[in-house]
Structures are given as structure tokens and as C-alpha cells.
Ligand binder design. Structure first.
Ligand code: ADP
Length: 159
């Protein structure tokens, strides 16, 4: 049973995140989306909202679980017996940060490999912050986030 985790902020989940998760789901037996709780970072959606949105949009991927953690990702990986953590790599500019995180995670838990996956080129320029900004200005992001996520952003921005 090869289980991996896919940690991130997912504020909110986009088609870019789902592209990575689907690729991982074909390579491994189980993929756990983990919303990493970072009290130092102000998020737009609460942890529960982010988990619920991922659950709703990943429902058609059979071997995906969704949860959150307040712990170190390296410790969480150990708790759930994951063999690797998945991260997405868009530009070369992501590389430096991901490399640094991978080195730190090897220090914290040498047993858990870091696997960097590249998304479809449609999603290379995509991140959650840009999506929220475009929705605020009534731009069309329907190619980048599921309709359910788009509705949730609109509702939250108008509340
Ligand atoms: P974090 O704050 O942990 O970087 P994100 O939610 O922004 O959290 O991203 C989680 C992971 O998904 C990261 O590895 C990030 O590089 C990757 N990712 C984010 N957006 C995309 C995208 N459009 N395509 C592929 N991977 C992505």
C-alpha cells in the first residue's frame, strides 16, 4: 500500500492543484490532501472551508482522502505512514523554495521522499491569490477553478 501526502495551503483549491493530485493518484495507491494549518499566515478561507471545498471537488478521484494538520508535515507523514510528499512545480522560481523545503523535510524525516510533479501547461501560471484577485474584479476564471469554488469565493467576498 503506497500512500503519499499532498500538503499545501489550498486557499482555495484550483484546477492546478487537482491536476497534480490526479497525477499522483495514478502513481500511488492513496493520496491524502493535507491542508497545512499555518497560524502565521492569514488565509481567506478557514481550514474547514478549505477541506470541504477539496472534498467536494475531488469526489470523483477514488483514492483521495482530505484532511488538515497543525503539525509539521514531516511528522504528519510519519503519523499516516506516507512514503512520500508530493509538491507541484510550476516555474523554475518554485524550485528554490521547494528544494529548500525538501532538504528541511529530509532533515526532519529522512524516510519520506519529496516528489515534485509538473502540471499541464494550462495551469503553470495559476495560483490561488491571482484567482481571488480576478474574481474580486469580476473576471472569468472558470477555466482555472471548479464552479463550486468560484461560488464560494464570490460568497465570501460579498459577505
Ligand atoms: P503552499 O503555500 O504550501 O505553497 P499552495 O496551496 O499554494 O500551498 O500549493 C500547494 C502545492 O501545490 C505547492 O507545491 C504548489 O507549488 C503547488 N501548486 C500550486 N498551484 C499550482 C498549479 N497551478 N499547478 C501545479 N501545482 C500547483
Amino acid at each position: 500500500m503506497k500512500r503519499v501526502i499532498y500538503p499545501g495551503t489550498f486557499d482555495p483549491v484550483t484546477f492546478g492543484h487537482l491536476d497534480i493530485a490526479k497525477r499522483a493518484s495514478k502513481l500511488f495507491d492513496e493520496v491524502i490532501f493535507v491542508v497545512a494549518v499555518n497560524p502565521a499566515k492569514t488565509s481567506f478561507f478557514t481550514t474547514e472551508e478549505r477541506v470541504d471545498l477539496i472534498k467536494a471537488v475531488a469526489i470523483d478521484i477514488p483514492n483521495i482522502e482530505v484532511t488538515s494538520t497543525k503539525n509539521l508535515i514531516a511528522d504528519f507523514a510519519h503519523e499516516v505512514s506516507a512514503i512520500a510528499l508530493i509538491r507541484g512545480l510550476r516555474h523554475v522560481s518554485d524550485f528554490e523554495y521547494e528544494f529548500q523545503m525538501a532538504m528541511m523535510n529530509y532533515h526532519l524525516n529522512p524516510e519520506v521522499s519529496t516528489i515534485l510533479l509538473i502540471p499541464d501547461e494550462k495551469y503553470i501560471h495559476l495560483n490561488s491569490t491571482v484567482i481571488k484577485d480576478i474574481v474580486r474584479l469580476n473576471g472569468d476564471v472558470s477555466d482555472y477553478v471548479p464552479a463550486l469554488v468560484l461560488d464560494a469565493i464570490r460568497r465570501k467576498q460579498n459577505s
